[in-house]
Write a protein that binds this ligand. Structure first.
Ligand code: ATP
Ligand code: MG
Length: 411
């Protein structure tokens, strides 16, 4: 076999790419822990109904992007295109609807059949936060504040704007739906074919259309504002108060509806201008009906997901490559004793490496190639005296240290 390449839309993460990726996850995980979130891992494939039932049969994800296949047992399964549905399934499957609230953090791969481009892949990865079981807008504010803190810790908050909107409660949406149908019906043929279907099945979805013609119509479409019920309006006002108190800056954007069907009340996106068309880095909202759709009791929930690849691209400074300590034995007898030193450093938590062959010069070259910060040179005479030559490879400075003190001095 020659020329085997990664499948279109997938990427290998190696070296700096992986360090950027891991830094995003580590940073998010730490911040989520501070808010009391616990990490879950759910399967990367689920019964197709988990997604088809809930994301909406007019959403782009369900109609065009899902990796769905029949397995050898004849069951239809789907590689997860998003986290929330699977997490709500897991909540119900594990009987956790009786132990609320649950604050869940997760990180892992997602799969969507999309046209690959910068910041858009077929296997991509998300960090995700879900707060399930709390109906108060404080929960919405908390998950958004967590998102903001993560973007801040990554140094990308300055390049992103938080846009929020409300989709209201059921009654607000019914009223709004009527207004939208009236407006878009007048557009007739000007609507894209997809949106003419949406008009019948889910007119709100037209607001999320990427078709240029639709976008022009959407610009003048009615907004939900004048259709909100009193309680939906109060909910939204309280969310904004909480965000202000948390010091999270936001702008209101009445066009944000989110691409999936299960949202109500809060919808939000963190967007950047730094990634071209792939401007949304983190997005989410409230989904009070979803757990029930999954077969559980009525349970409120709110959360977000963020694309790790997009966040990685935004990181200004790539995390530095780790720099080991290089152990360099000189002579055959020293080689065996050097293994003891090597292991004692490793067991003390120090990143330590030893070349597999070569004389002093060759091993020094290897140490430099691996960006070692320090070389510990062990000659037979030194070993007999229980000491080592320790050379700082940046400054070139060299000093003698007792072996017993090595770990403490190199830590
Ligand atoms: P877009 O409008 O860019 O297609 P979306 O609305 O489909 O995004 P969501 O379903 O809200 O995205 O997913 C949350 C986040 O996951 C996005 O904000 C983005 O950062 C990331 N994401 C979504 N699809 C992809 C993809 N194909 N490749 C890389 N990241 C993605
Ligand atoms: Mg999309």
């Amino acid at each position: 076999m020659t020329d085997l390449q990664p499948v279109r839309g997938t990427r290998d993460l190696i070296g700096e790419d992986h360090r950027r990726f891991q830094h995003v996850i580590d940073t998010a995980r730490r911040a989520a822990a501070g808010y009391g979130f616990e990490e879950w891992a759910t399967p990367i494939f689920e019964d197709t109904r988990v997604f088809a039932r809930t994301l909406g049969d007019t959403s782009d994800v369900v109609t065009k992007e899902m990796y769905t296949f029949t397995d050898r047992g004849g069951d239809s399964v789907t590689l997860r295109p998003e986290y929330t549905a699977g997490i709500c399934r897991a909540l119900v499957s594990n009987g956790l609807t009786q132990s609320l609230p649950q604050k869940i953090f997760a990180a892992g791969p997602m799969f969507r059949y999309e046209r690959p481009q910068k910041g858009r892949y077929r296997q991509f990865h998300q960090i995700d936060a879900e707060l399930i079981g709390v109906a108060e807008p404080l929960a919405d504010a908390e998950v958004i504040a967590l998102g903001w803190d993560i973007l801040t810790a990554l140094g990308v908050a300055k390049d992103t704007v938080l846009e929020i909107n409300t989709l209201g409660d059921r009654e607000s949406r019914e009223r709004y739906r009527t207004a939208l149908v009236e407006y878009f019906a007048r557009a007739g043929d000007e609507l894209s074919e997809d949106s003419r279907i949406r008009l019948e099945r889910n007119p709100l979805r037209i607001l999320d259309s990427k078709d240029p013609g639709d976008k022009k119509l959407v610009a003048f479409a009615p907004t939900i504002d004048e259709h909100l019920t009193e309680s939906a309006r109060t909910f939204y006002e309280r969310l904004k108060d909480h965000l202000a108190r948390f010091g999270v800056p936001f702008v209101e954007n009445p066009r944000i509806v989110r691409g999936l069907d299960y949202y109500n009340h809060t919808a939000f996106e963190f967007v950047t201008t730094a990634l071209g068309a792939q401007g949304t880095v983190m997005a989410g909202g409230r989904y009070d009906g979803l757990v029930e759709q999954m077969g559980g009791p009525p349970t409120p929930g709110v959360g977000w997901a963020a694309g790790i690849e997009r966040l990685s691209l935004l990181l200004a400074e790539p995390p530095a490559a780790p720099r080991p300590v290089a152990i360099i034995p000189v002579g055959e007898a020293a080689e065996a004793a050097a293994l003891d030193v090597l292991q004692s450093l490793r067991h003390a938590g120090i990143r330590a490496e030893m070349g597999y062959r070569g004389n002093l010069k060759r091993r020094m070259e290897q140490a430099n190639k691996r960006h070692a910060r320090v070389a510990v040179i062990l000659g037979e005479a030194e070993l007999a005296r229980g000491v080592a030559q320790v050379k700082d490879l940046a400054s070139g400075e060299q000093s003698e240290l007792p072996l017993a003190e090595l770990a403490a001095r190199l830590a």
